[in-house]
Design a protein. Structure first.
Length: 276
């Protein structure tokens, strides 16, 4: 691929795309991204990258003002957001990963567009090796039942790639990934570990309030003080940052075998609300 066919000015409306560009060494092509991209890739601010609205609230004028030759965004969208992206007139790449295999494909696709297939393969291989190594470390251990959520109201179960990471970290995933579920159903499932990674919330999930509001104090996880918050960007960004999310999950599922991980916070008592 000659350089004239490689996008020179990219607008990323999706944090995962920004992370992928960074890991393959192509961040210098990024001219605009969202505030959520900054959370996972803070170096974009040092480059003077413009901040624009995300995939759900895309603005054609903002995009056009950045004069991109490629916009990378995520689906599903609100229809009006799609219309805004198309209205900008730039070429448009939409990502819709559901599982780890899809994420590897997205990495390969983006690296191919930027004539960096070897870098993309390296990133994919490193992710796969980390996950395989974790799976090996947890082989033969007891598999506690783990419920992970990505949104509180309505209560939405985390995505399929999170379920895959939970299993690699030595847990049994509770619920149907990516679906809405009533709090009462989780109460009946009685998981041993609860993990809240709310989209856009970072580490600011009120764990004690979550347990009280849903009347979950009798769930095994609450009784045993195994209610956790994992930073949003570590589990909800389908990119190489998921390796850090995997480490946080392992520390939550098997705390006796894995050290406390960055981005992981645990409630110590559903009654007192004290946290560590």
């Amino acid at each position: 691929m000659t350089s004239q066919h490689i996008p020179q000015r990219v607008v990323s409306l999706q944090p995962s795309a920004t992370v992928i560009l960074a890991t393959i060494g192509k961040l210098d092509h990024l001219v605009a991204c969202t505030k959520y991209c900054v959370d996972v890739c803070p170096e974009v601010l040092q480059r003077g990258t413009k901040i624009v609205s995300d995939s759900w609230t895309a603005d054609a004028q903002q995009i056009a003002a950045a004069a991109p030759d490629l916009v990378i965004a995520a689906v599903p969208y609100q229809e009006k957001a799609v219309a805004q992206i198309l209205k900008s007139g730039a070429r448009f790449l939409g990502l819709a990963p559901k599982c780890l295999a899809d994420i590897y494909t997205d990495i390969a696709t983006i690296s191919g567009i930027f004539a960096a297939p070897d870098e993309g393969e390296r990133v994919i291989r490193e992710m796969q090796n980390e996950i395989a190594a974790m799976r090996e470390r947890t082989r033969g251990k007891a598999h506690p039942r783990v419920f992970c959520e990505e949104w509180p109201k309505p209560l939405i179960v985390s995505q399929r790639w999170v379920a895959e990471l939970v299993e690699a970290a030595g847990g049994e995933f509770v619920g149907i990934p990516g679906t809405q579920t009533p709090a009462e159903a989780i109460l009946r499932e009685n998981p041993d570990v609860l993990v809240a990674a709310w989209c856009g919330a970072g580490e600011r999930v009120p764990l004690e309030k979550l347990i009280a509001d849903r009347h979950w104090s009798e769930i095994n996880a609450a009784r045993q003080g195994r209610v956790y918050c994992v930073s949003d960007e570590l589990l909800n960004t389908p990119a190489p940052t998921l390796v850090r999310g995997l480490q946080a999950l392992a520390a939550a599922i098997h705390p006796q075998d894995f050290p406390q991980a960055p981005g992981l916070r645990c409630i110590t008592s559903a009654v007192t609300g004290k946290e560590r």
